[in-house]
Design a protein around this ligand. Structure first.
Ligand SMILES: *Cc1c(COP(=O)(O)O)cnc(C)c1O
Length: 433
């Protein structure tokens, strides 16, 4: 199967789309068509790797990785992703727990898949592929964890010093020799600008083989379709119904994967995007005008996006706002509502939720009676609350226990190098490794 850019460029192979991340014309890669599945295709598939192997096979038919697919999905889905019933009387509502991976957020799935693919395609011990990643928090940790110790690959993480939480900083700085952690004396935007500058600098690019593990790489979306497929299939088998999904949404990656799963014929019912106070998508659905803007800081910081780049994919795949809003709903949740939802989740579910997940539980509580009567719902939990303990613990009035994978990471020694936000400092740091 070939891949095309949303701006018309292509065709390229899956392998090239994975390698390049973003198309030369600035667009995002999409498969030429989405395969269509019948429920019968999955009768023998139960586990996440089994579902992934069937779902992803059509994308890999012409790939050099074709024969590695089973191994790649086994590496990607090496941790559990359970869908857990919530103790709510009279309703069938569950939580899709995407936070049991090495860095306790759903980004571990996309990063793990990309690492499994790229290390096979591009790993070279003589001249390692250098993955540059600018991060404001979760992405850098997931990418570092996924590429950690992979021969022929190295990762350079750039994060804004003092602007990520202590636990997040630790997750960015506790890896082995093939991960270089740089705390940039600047803001996230400086980190992003440095990555772009390095990748387009002829001298530096001649010296290093650069690539990026940007969140718009199609290699992060494809594996994410798997958990929507598996959760909906198991629910459908259990109840005969197609569950609705409420997806905490920032850059629209996770939400696009949910829509793609439904487009491919999986039994996914209604889809609701839950955003924070960054209202770009809500306003687009209301006014039919796409007006990206600067992001606002909220409690759900990993969703602080004012210009969600995957909208370009959705418009290409589904249509403009007038078409899109017939197929999905979007609801904005402010910080006060997030705080209230964290408290209420703790009281009703018996466990804490993270601020991002709380946008979904707030939206679920606001559903009209006919929506809860006509559909079962699955709330998507995007991160473990222990990653955001400074927000969650005061609200619930007790400590959140660390999951074992996070505890292990936080017990490792951390090391990083401080750099000024300019290309010379970055070049020196790259040299020093
Ligand atoms: C990245 C992230 C999100 C937003 O996901 P998108 O794919 O960007 O919409 C939500 N929650 C958490 C915890 C995240 O790390």
């Amino acid at each position: 199967m070939n891949f095309f850019s949303t701006r018309g460029g292509g065709p390229v192979s899956l392998d090239e789309a994975l390698r390049k991340g973003i198309a030369s014309d600035g667009g995002l890669y999409l498969p030429e068509q989405l395969p269509k599945f019948a429920l019968a295709d999955f009768v023998d598939a139960n586990t996440m790797p089994e579902v992934a192997t069937i779902l992803l096979r059509p994308f890999f038919v012409a790939s050099a990785l074709k024969n590695d697919l089973q191994q790649i999905v086994a590496e990607t889905f090496s941790f559990p992703i359970p869908t857990t019933r919530l103790p709510i009387a009279g309703q069938d509502v569950s939580m899709l727990e995407l936070y049991h991976g090495p860095t306790a957020a759903f980004k571990d799935v996309g990063a793990g898949f990309l690492a499994a693919c790229l290390s096979r395609l591009e790993g070279n011990v003589e001249s390692p592929l250098t993955i540059l990643v600018a991060t404001s928090g979760d992405t850098g940790g997931a990418v570092a964890a996924a590429f950690d110790k992979r021969p022929g690959m190295r990762v350079v993480v750039l994060f804004p010093d003092g602007r990520v939480s202590d636990r997040q900083a630790h997750q960015l700085c506790c890896w082995s020799d093939n991960v270089l952690s740089l705390k940039v004396q600047g803001a996230f935007d400086d980190c992003q600008a440095l990555v772009k500058a390095a990748m387009s600098d002829p001298a530096l690019s001649a010296e290093h083989r650069f690539s990026s593990a940007n969140s718009i790489n199609i290699g992060r979306l494809l594996p994410q379709c798997t958990y929507y497929a598996q959760a909906s299939l198991l629910h459908h088998r259990r109840t005969g119904k197609m569950p609705g999904f409420i997806v905490p949404t920032g850059n629209l990656g996770n939400a696009s994967a949910c829509i793609m799963a439904r487009e491919m014929g999986l039994p996914v019912g209604p889809i609701i995007f839950a955003t924070n106070s960054n209202r770009t998508i809500v306003d687009y659905f209301d006014s039919l005008e796409w007006l990206p803007r600067d992001s606002l800081q909220t409690l759900a910081s990993a969703m602080d996006v004012g210009d969600p780049s995957n909208m370009e994919r959705l418009r290409h795949l589904i249509g403009e706002a007038d078409v899109l809003r017939e197929q999905v709903t979007v609801s904005s949740v402010d910080d006060e509502q997030i705080g209230a939802a964290i408290k209420q989740d703790f009281a009703e579910f018996g466990f804490a939720t993270c601020p991002h997940t709380a946008t979904a539980s707030h939206v679920w509580r606001q559903l009209a009676i006919d929506q809860t009567e006509s559909h079962d719902w699955i709330l998507v939990a995007t991160a473990h609350p222990a990653k955001f303990e400074t927000i969650v613990e005061p609200l619930i009035g007790e400590a959140v226990a660390l999951p074992p994978e996070l505890e292990e990471i936080l017990s490792r020694p951390a090391h990083s190098i401080s750099i000024e936000p300019n290309l010379d400092s970055l070049a020196t740091a790259l040299q020093g490794q």
